[in-house]
Design a protein around this ligand. Structure first.
Ligand SMILES: Cc1cc2nc3c(=O)[nH]c(=O)nc-3n(C[C@H](O)[C@H](O)[C@H](O)COP(=O)(O)OP(=O)(O)OC[C@H]3O[C@@H](n4cnc5c(N)ncnc54)[C@H](O)[C@@H]3O)c2cc1C
Length: 509
């Protein structure tokens, strides 16, 4: 419903009315929007930046049960995360890929091969055998499997999953679903004020097209690390608090393993540390440092720490140096602390990664605090349940997530093989099908070739994304809708004249 409204400055603005206004379009806001819109609610989703432009673009891209939380005896959390992982793997057969973690047991590992073998078996069982079974290797077997591992170190292997296109692309999938269900989704739109009355909420938004007021019956606060600020703004404080753990990753100009697997180690603080795939390159990290400000950057200390860990854990002919780093990621994990705990008393690294949802029936607000990307489907379902408790009546959303039909996949690969150069066809078919499914048929053309060599991305795909995915800048396109800015340096991107011309033509200067 659209009403005409009179503002203080006597300017006429349009006021839209929504069942639910969701603040924040990281993974939690995006799943909430997809789930609630599938449940028949009229949904508004806003983010002050681009979709997934904060924490949800800085993760390790893993969909996992959290084997490391077994060390802090969080069996229930691990069980729930494993189930969440299994469900995601089932419904996203292309966007989520099972991957082996080869963990090299060096002097910093908290246990030896025997306990490691037992731990990975236990992890497999607690995950209801949802992945390939774990394995255990002698030092010579481990070296044969991965020549860059340090000789003489035994290893174990367990399985989880990863997001080959990056976390932010995965978030966009839920945004797209929400749009498809009729939700009004707006990036670069900030909630700046909120007033509650018996009639519901009046929200002031500051967006690309200026200021606007909207009305909503319920607010879902999914502002991630800013959830407490939004709680304050809307006058609906939560009992639980948040503290921030900074984590950084460095992406290298080379691959540290020829096999499709994650290499895992324990850093000098005894924390798990990884070499992860990033397109056709390797990403290393992460760190876990307490910070007070959610806005972070990679600093020299972080870089030095990460390089020191990796060089201590691999036997490389050429050690890793800073000049091999093509891009960096830095974000904060919003960690929930309950009651009077400010996180300082607890062992920092042992703080739980669980999420908490708090509902205020008087103000009709639902706030999500903390959590993992892996838990997103549960968050969507829990939000529907909370909105129901507030006296609203979302219908059963049915199957509100997933990639949809795979029936034409083989046909799609066949068509791409007939149109693209032989050495690129598989990458192109995989990339387009993974990101767009059957819609990919709409933008195939005779001159199908990679515009960024090695990444399976074509000119037509870029045109399609710019036209349909609310892209306003090169950063939106290359960093979040596509995994280009992570796998390629700024220099490599700016030297790609064909790409540059295309982006200029599309108005992305
Ligand atoms: C280093 C690191 C590694 C991680 N690795 C993994 C992993 O491998 N697997 C995993 O499952 N999880 C991982 N996580 C956790 C996961 O990334 C986070 O739990 C998740 O991204 C948080 O999503 P969110 O939606 O809560 O927050 P965010 O993604 O931060 O979204 C909140 C949004 O709210 C917006 N916002 C704030 N205030 C306003 C306002 N007033 N108006 C409008 N919009 C507003 C912000 O712009 C932001 O986009 C990792 C986290 C980090 C930091």
């Amino acid at each position: 419903m659209i009403e005409q409204n009179q503002t203080k400055s006597d300017k006429i603005v349009q006021t839209d009315t929504f069942d639910v206004a969701i603040i924040g379009a990281g993974i939690n806001g995006a799943v909430a929007a997809a789930a609630l819109s599938a449940a028949g609610q009229k949904v508004l989703l806003v983010d002050k930046g681009d979709f997934a432009s904060f924490t949800s673009q800085e993760s390790s891209n893993l969909v996992w049960g959290g084997i490391k939380y077994l060390q802090s005896y969080e069996f229930w959390l691990v069980f729930k995360l494993c189930l969440a992982r299994n469900k995601l793997m089932k419904h996203y057969p292309n966007q989520i890929r099972e991957i082996g973690f080869l963990a090299s047991i060096g002097p910093t590992a908290p246990f030896g091969r025997l306990l490691g073998t037992f731990g990975t078996l236990f992890y497999w069982f607690i995950g209801l055998l949802g992945t390939k079974p774990p394995a255990s290797y002698s030092a010579s077997q481990a070296k044969a499997l991965e020549p860059n591992l340090i000789s003489g170190r035994k290893a174990v292997k367990y399985y989880d999953a990863e997001l080959p296109d990056n976390d932010s692309r995965f978030v966009f999938d839920f945004i797209r679903l929400a749009m498809h269900n009729g939700a009004d989704v707006r990036n670069y739109t900030e909630l700046v004020d909120a007033q509650h009355s018996e009639a519901g909420w009046t929200l002031s938004l500051d967006g690309k097209d200026g200021k606007q007021e909207v009305k909503a019956k319920v607010i879902v606060n999914a502002a991630g690390p800013f959830a407490k600020d939004v709680s304050e703004l809307i006058g609906s404080e939560t009992k639980a608090g948040l503290v921030f753990s900074k984590g950084i990753h460095l992406i290298l100009n080379r691959k540290l393993t020829d096999s499709y697997q994650v290499l895992a180690f324990w850093d000098e603080e005894g924390r798990l540390f990884y070499v992860l795939p990033m397109g056709d390159r390797s990403m290393i990290g992460t760190t876990d440092t307490r910070v007070d400000d959610p806005k972070t950057e990679v600093n020299d200390e972080d870089r030095e720490f990460v390089l020191r860990q990796i060089n201590a854990q691999l036997e490389l002919e050429v050690p890793i140096t800073l000049d091999q780093v093509v891009s960096e990621r830095s974000g904060v994990r919003p960690l929930v602390v309950e009651g009077s705990d400010d996180g300082k008393a607890a062992d920092w690294h042992q703080l739980s990664r669980k999420h908490v949802i708090e509902t205020n029936p008087e103000k009709k607000t639902v706030t999500i605090l903390g959590g993992k990307l892996t838990d997103c489907l549960n968050v969507g379902e829990e939000i529907i349940a909370e909105v129901k408790k507030l006296g609203h009546n979302p219908k059963d959303p049915g199957l509100w997530f997933g990639e949809g039909s795979q029936v034409r996949k083989a046909e799609f690969y066949g068509v791409v093989a007939s149109l693209a150069p032989q050495d690129q066809a598989e990458r192109i078919a995989e990339g387009i099908w993974r990101r767009h499914g059957e819609v990919g048929f709409d933008f195939l053309s005779d001159d199908l070739e990679e515009i960024i060599p090695g990444l399976g991305i074509t000119e037509n795909e870029i045109r399609h994304i710019v036209r349909h995915e609310l892209v306003t800048s090169r950063e939106d396109l290359l960093r979040r809708r596509l995994p280009v800015k992570m796998a390629r340096s700024d220099k490599e991107i700016s030297e790609n004249k064909k790409l540059d011309q295309l982006l200029v033509e599309l108005g992305l200067n």
